[in-house]
Each structure stands twice: as structure tokens, then as C-alpha cells.
Design a protein around this ligand. Structure first.
Ligand SMILES: N[C@@H](CCC(=O)N[C@@H](CS)C(=O)NCC(=O)O)C(=O)O
Length: 203
């Protein structure tokens, strides 16, 4: 049995759980309790050397890094979460890179400020607003053309954005998102998926 070591509220854990549900892969969930500092304890650091979640153990095969885990899971079962053709896969990878390089940092600033109540300087929030606007404009233009980041089908690229979008929509970033109608329409589509509802404890 595959075991996920993670935390149910963690964005990166949610990517892996969504992928598992999309692929109908059974798993055990092992809570890494942040409140007890378990993520920085020796047992978890042996699984994830940066003391972060998630990590998996698949019958003795250990892996960490959420995006690598999602790709592994899809390839393990021959899933449809990665486009089968060379160019489709490359486009999916492009959008995962945009997520990790251009989107996550500004998106998470709002989560740190409004959900974790970690003080952020005015300069930091000014940069976050500008960075988020820029990323959303690029994402919106893509989603005006196709229903999902990789094209016609839901992929790991969509999963990569979803946890951050959900948290941001509960922050002061929401009015910024609401200007980008194609992003909002995509969110309505993808957040209705059973895999996401299960990964976030709604089903
Ligand atoms: N690149 C890693 C990032 C993992 C990550 O940042 N996990 C967060 C939770 S979403 C975490 O464990 N934070 C605790 C910490 O960094 O101390 C991945 O994609 O798995």
C-alpha cells in the first residue's frame, strides 16, 4: 500500500491527494503534525530532508517533492493526467514551471498575511499584488483559449495551481482574481471535480 506523509491543509499534500483520487489509487494517509513540529523531527526529515510535506512510500520506494510525486503516480498507472504526445507534455511542463516560478510566490504572500497572520511589509504586498496580477493575466489569456492549462484535458498542471487558488480566494487577493473571468470559470470547473472535493475533505 502506498503511504502519503502529509498534512491535510498543506497545499503540496493536496496536489498529491488530488492526483491519487483522479487516478483511483488507494493509499494510507499518515499525518505529519505541524503543531507538534513533527515535520522537523528526525523521523520525517529522513523522508524529506527539508522537513516539509508531502513525501510518499510506495512499497519501499520513497519520494518527496509534490510535483515529482504527481508525475510518478500518473506514470505508474498509465494515467491521463499527462498528455501522451511530446508537445502536449511540454506545454503541461511549461505551465507547471509558470506555477512554481511566477505564480506561487505572490499567491502565497496573501495566504501568509491573511490566513497565517504573518506580518508582511507594504513593499512585499505591493510586489505580491503586481506579481499576482501579472501571473493571472498570463493564465487568463491561456484559459481564454483552452479549458485547461495543458489544452483540452485536465492535467497535473491544473492540479499544481488549485490549492493556491483556493486559499487565495479566501484572502484579500479575491478581488484581484475576480477581474480574470477565464481563471474564475476554470476554477468553477476544476474545483467541482470529485478528486478535489475528496482531497479537501468535502466528500
Ligand atoms: N517543493 C516542495 C514544497 C513543500 C512545502 O513547501 N511544504 C509545506 C507545506 S505546503 C511545508 O512543509 N512547510 C513547512 C516548512 O517549510 O517548514 C513540494 O512541492 O513538495
Amino acid at each position: 500500500m502506498l503511504t502519503v506523509y502529509g498534512h491535510p491543509a498543506s497545499t503540496c499534500t493536496r496536489k498529491v491527494l488530488t492526483t491519487l483520487h483522479e487516478l483511483s489509487i488507494p493509499y494510507d494517509f499518515s499525518l505529519v503534525d505541524f503543531a507538534k513540529g513533527e515535520h522537523k523531527g528526525a523521523e520525517h526529515v529522513a523522508r524529506q530532508p527539508f522537513g516539509q510535506v508531502p513525501a510518499i512510500d510506495d512499497g519501499g520506494f520513497a519520494l518527496y517533492e509534490s510535483r515529482a510525486i504527481c508525475r510518478y503516480l500518473n506514470d505508474k498507472v498509465g494515467g491521463t493526467l499527462i498528455p501522451p504526445d511530446l508537445q502536449g507534455r511540454a506545454v503541461m511542463e511549461q505551465w507547471i514551471s509558470v506555477e512554481s516560478s511566477n505564480f506561487v510566490v505572490p499567491a502565497m504572500k496573501f495566504v501568509y498575511k491573511d490566513i497565517f497572520h504573518r506580518p508582511q511589509s507594504d513593499d512585499a504586498m505591493h510586489d505580491a499584488i503586481a506579481g499576482l496580477e501579472r501571473a493571472l493575466a498570463v493564465m487568463d489569456a491561456r484559459l481564454a483559449e483552452v479549458p485547461y492549462f495543458a489544452g483540452e484535458t485536465f492535467s497535473i498542471a491544473d492540479i499544481a495551481y488549485m490549492p493556491y487558488v483556493e486559499y487565495d480566494l479566501a484572502t484579500s487577493a479575491r478581488p484581484i482574481y475576480e477581474k480574470y473571468l477565464h481563471v474564475m470559470a476554470w476554477w468553477t470547473r476544476v474545483s467541482a471535480r470529485a478528486s478535489w472535493r475528496k482531497a479537501t475533505g468535502r466528500e
